[in-house]
Design a protein around this ligand. Structure first.
Ligand code: PEP
Ligand code: MG
Length: 738
């Protein structure tokens, strides 16, 4: 029998007896690892680690030796969540001497953090007199024991840093990053990271492997069923397909099977392997790879749920609940959305994550990076989620809650009023017609066309579906998406934009270099022109998807007319081979790099249309990172430089008779949209959530009068950083909903 199996078999017996297993546990570990010392430290309130069991150190130190998290080797292991394997521990800079332990003779030390549900609940250590580095299999074995120990420590009351007692009834506020806009108020429902495996040690590995096989099958069937239901349910096929792909990867199931071989149950083995992957991926800087964490979590939980029985038992969701999760996979978000949640907080969610993309597509208010919320909240706690302000307020004071309720009611009343606008033509109060369109990127977002009554798609971001699936789709899959888009739009305009990857939009494993300024780096069309195969494949897919219908394609991040011409030549070459050829091929460009402003005449002579990408254009004009919230006040569309610039572009486009639209974030704000319309830019494209409010703002204004006010303010306030305040005041006086 291997030492691992022997140790786990011994632990199984000890735990089955159920009597004070800690003393027995340290003795067993010390004997199996031939260690002279084995000790257990448990986390106490206030982030204190207390020695609770030892063999080898002086018994009198138990209950007396206490270290803060971060103090000494034990505290360091707890703080970093990393094992420490030290041949000469006493000369380590973090070593903290505790005379009561009598540990002077021991040179080598291996400390393993004991973690449960992402929190450190204690530390397990072994020590030896002789200086030695513990072998890899010893470290692994101790990590397995630490997993078992976690259950024992939590049952015995180790806190893992969670708040206790009276603090659990006080209001708490968490700041995070808005992932999807909106406001929600409701009871909290918690999704803890890992359902805990109740039975940890198994008698028979074959039985456990059989259970694992059946559970994996159930999990795949469940995913298939979800995928099949996806179109009716409005769920995203792209995202579910990506999860399904990961589920089919036998590599990690194989590792689970190996962990079963060391004596664990299937549940414990899944937890152990998922935990290892999690730890390894914690250090990855690449945001997209890090987001795969949520996908692995998603799968591990599905597998655990399948192991628990054929039916998935999830907590009851009270009506209008706000979900709090440490991490959340996209498929899980779809499940929860189907069960009626009205908002979601994802502690470790970033704006590039799949769940964030989905939340935006679903119109579900979502907050990310709100660390600590899951630990502090209890299911049923009242909460206010203000994703616009990046805030979660747990257990709000009654008055505050009332104020938010009034704000929510006002929003809902406004939204109900806007709903009637859906079927009205878009125009200002004095009858100026507008073309209002949507920015989309996922198949599921196509439902929004009917929901908003949009005139078309002014920006189809083709990279979004690829980011959601985690890789570039092949030509057939791309063509099927593009064909669906054109089917659903049924003759209304669609401006497809070729891949805009790079900058903040990175695919896992994509061969992009480390760059100091990725937003200004090798991204977008630059990649497409340097690696034309990828771009040409996408062009082929677009032409295939068009199936002979009219097709409009534009290029992102064009900086020179020469680049535009090169991209256009590639598309024309592909189009010449297309069968059937599109009834009409319109080739246009985004205007989001300032250098194009001095090449307008040549550009307008060659391009069929122009769409202004105001977000990138502004970040380059003002040299202010659009992703940095701290700089948000340092630039404004309603400033003299931007207004002059927009006016010049519009003037040149009209002179050249080239259609002009704007699809950047500016079009999503009522006041900015009004100003754009006043400047004559009347074709605007925006996210679905902004559509009806913007339409309402435009419908409420006499554009002729507004234009005169704008003209006067531009003369008197040209030196001001922004005209926003006086324009807002003008709108408020007239009850224009901006
Ligand atoms: C923009 O830059 O304004 C734009 C529409 O493109 P994206 O937001 O995709 O960069
Ligand atoms: Mg852009």
């Amino acid at each position: 029998m291997s030492s691992a199996r022997r140790l786990l078999a011994g632990l199984r017996e000890t735990m089955a007896r159920g009597t004070a297993p800690l003393g027995e546990l340290v003795r067993l570990v010390a004997s199996e690892l031939v260690a002279e010392v084995c000790s257990v430290y448990a986390m106490r309130p206030g982030d204190i680690l207390e020695l609770v069991a030892t063999v080898g150190l002086r018994p009198g130190a138990v209950g007396r030796t206490r270290l803060r998290v971060g103090e000494g080797i034990i505290g360091l292991a707890a703080a970093t969540g990393e094992p420490l394997n030290l041949p000469d521990a006493q000369n380590h800079p973090a070593f903290a001497y505790r005379p009561e332990t009598g540990e002077e003779p021991y040179a080598s030390l291996l400390a393993i953090p004991v973690r449960r549900a992402g929190r450190t609940v204690g530390v397990l250590s072994v020590q030896n007199r002789a200086p030695r580095l513990y072998a890899e299999d010893e470290v692994e074995l101790l990590a397995t024991v630490a997993m078992l120990l976690a259950e024992v420590l939590v049952a015995a009351g180790a806190t893992g840093g969670a708040e206790e007692g009276v603090s659990a009834t006080l209001p708490r506020q968490f700041e995070g990053a808005g992932l999807a806009p909106g406001l929600a108020i409701g009871p909290v429902v918690l999704r803890r990271v890992t359902p805990h495996a109740r039975r940890l040690l198994a008698e028979d590995a074959d039985t456990e492997r059989g259970r694992l096989r059946r559970a994996a099958e159930t999990m795949r069937e469940g995913l298939d069923a979800l995928i099949e239901r996806a179109p009716e349910g409005g769920a995203s096929r792209d995202v579910l397909d990506a999860t399904r792909l990961l589920a089919a990867d036998v590599g990690w199931l194989h590792r689970v099977s190996e962990a079963i071989g060391s004596g664990l149950t299937a549940e414990a083995a899944v937890q152990r392997v998922a935990g290892e992957l999690r730890e390894r991926m914690r250090h990855i800087a690449d945001p997209y790879l890090r987001e795969r964490l949520a996908d692995i979590e998603d799968l591990a939980n599905r597998l655990l749920e399948a192991l628990d029985g054929d039916t998935v038992v999830l907590p009851d969701v009270p009506p209008g609940a706000i979900l709090l999760a440490r991490r959340l996979g996209p498929a899980q978000l779809l499940d929860w959305h189907g069960r009626g949640i009205v908002g979601v907080v994802i502690e470790e969610g970033g704006p590039n994550g799949h769940a964030a993309i989905l939340a935006r597509a679903l119109g579900l208010p979502a907050l990310g990076a709100a660390r600590g919320a899951v630990d502090v909240a209890e299911t049923g706690d009242e909460a206010v989620l203000d994703a616009d302000e990046g805030l979660l307020i747990l257990r709000p004071e009654a008055e505050l809650c009332q104020a938010y309720r009034r704000a929510l009611e006002a929003r809902e009343a406004r939204a109900a009023g806007w709903a009637a606008l859906r079927d009205q033509p878009a125009r200002t109060a004095d009858g100026v017609p507008l073309q209002l369109m949507l920015n989309v990127g996922l198949r599921m977002e196509l439902d929004q066309i009917a929901a908003t009554g949009a005139d078309g798609i002014g920006l189809f971001r083709t990279e979004i579906a690829m980011l959601a699936r985690g890789s570039v789709a092949d030509i057939a899959e791309q063509a099927s998406l593009y064909a669906d888009v054109l089917d659903r739009l049924d003759g209304r305009p669609v401006l497809f934009r070729t891949l805009d990857l790079g900058g903040d939009k990175l695919l896992p494993g994509a061969p992009l270099p480390e760059e100091e300024n990725p937003a200004m780096g090798w991204r977008s069309l630059r990649v497409g022109l340097d690696r034309p195969k990828l771009l040409r494949r996408q062009m082929r897919a677009l032409l295939l998807g068009a199936r002979g219908r009219p097709l409009s394609v534009m290029f992102p991040m064009v900086a020179t007319v020469a680049e535009f011409r090169a991209a256009r030549a590639l598309l024309l070459a592909e189009a010449a081979q297309a069968d059937p050829a599109p009834a009409q091929l319109q080739i246009g460009t985004m205007l989001e790099v300032p250098s194009l402003l001095w090449q307008l005449e040549a550009l307008l002579a060659d391009t069929d249309f122009v769409s202004i990408g105001s977000s990138d254009l502004m970040q380059f004009v003002f040299a202010a990172d659009r992703g940095n919230a701290a700089l948000a006040q340092r630039y404004d569309l309603l400033s003299a430089p931007m207004l002059d610039l927009l006016e010049q572009v519009r003037f040149a486009a009209v002179a050249a008779a080239v259609p002009l639209s704007l699809c950047g974030a500016a079009a999503a704000h009522g006041l900015d949209a009004l100003v754009l319309a006043a400047l004559g830019i009347t074709s605007l494209s925006m996210p679905a959530t902004a559509f009806l409010p913007v339409k309402a703002a435009l419908a409420a204004v006499d554009l002729g009068g507004f234009r005169a006010v704008l003209r006067a303010l531009r003369q008197t306030g040209a030196a001001e950083p922004s005209l926003r305040e006086p324009l807002l005041a003008w709108c408020r006086e007239r009850d224009v909903p901006v």
